[in-house]
Design a protein around this ligand. Sequence first.
Ligand code: S3P
Length: 167
Amino acid sequence: MNKSVALIGFMGSGKATVGPLLSTLLGIPFVDLDEAVVERAEMSVSEVFEAEGESGWRRREREALVELAADTPLILGCGGGVVLDPENRRTLRERYATVYLAASTDTLVERLADTAGRPLLDVPEPKKQIERLSAQRLPVYEAAADITIVTDGRTPPEIAGEIADLL
Ligand code: S3P
């Protein structure tokens, strides 16, 4: 395996949990794109959204993705909104085997009970926001994916094992 792997999917789809397990299985380092942005910005996700809005976050995310894509192979856990940007989709297509961790809306709502650190869900009705955003994004995730893994009712080690087998 000499190609990098990008994990995409909605918030709560398991990218940051499955990524390190896959990293161990494949012997390729794991990088969390949100963390890379936060490190570079020296601000938390919520602080960036507060100071610069979603557009500031997207700009920083795009820059970090480009920088990381130039490096050696890695397993990249992408923020849920990475695929919204056409330039990011091109970067993913060119440089990564892209794996979509799919989950039903019910599963996402359950996993996202704690909305701390997720400014997009810091709204009066987070469940409605999850339903709305996940429905909007689902076709984009599907179109960007080389491989789709349904994660409902499955453990992170099972999911990581299946990805490793499929790559
Ligand atoms: C976002 C998802 C978050 C983070 C930011 C925006 C999104 O990452 O990048 O809050 O637009 O879906 P996770 O998917 O890792 O929670």
